[in-house]
Write a protein that binds this ligand. Sequence first.
Ligand code: IMP
Ligand code: MG
Length: 175
Amino acid sequence: MKEHMVKPLFTEEEVDRKIRELAARISEDYAGRQLHLIGVLKGSVPFMAELAKRLTIPATMDFMSCSSYGGGTSSSGVVRLNKDLDESIEGRDVLLVEDIIDTGHTLSYLLNLLQDRKPASLKLAALLDKPSRRTCPVEVDYTCFKIPDVFVVGYGLDYDQLYRNLPYVGYVEFV
Ligand code: IMP
Ligand code: MG
């Protein structure tokens, strides 16, 4: 791990407010339906929990896990499925929940995998979106913040597995 400092990017209050707004939008968009939330372990956990708590529609949850990053801060571009879903998604309204969409490799892999299982609908929510880094064209349906090309941590996001538990979003400055 390189020597570094974590600087604040979005405060706990800002993140909470954005998630509440997003939850209200999603609740409105899915009014009268039941939503199946799928979290991508481990980074989506804090976002998924906060989002789920604020939804006013009935929701169920499942989780899957894959890896694209080794350690450190750069993507290998190769995605491997480590844990599959517990339940079938056929005929269900599915919302895939991720911490961040960066190159788009992970999400394009996961969206293809899920689409093949015939959900009634499939959309994507990511806490953060780094559009300038996209090499795989993936459309984000719901996001809280668009960010520049900085390496972010906190609120589920890690640097070598650290900082996931920070209640705010920060960025890493290497010294
Ligand atoms: P992608 O496949 O390049 O879109 O990368 C997706 C995954 O890379 C995310 O789920 C994160 O785990 C990780 N990632 C991408 N950018 C960052 C970052 O700025 N901080 C921490 N993790 C990141
Ligand atoms: Mg992740």
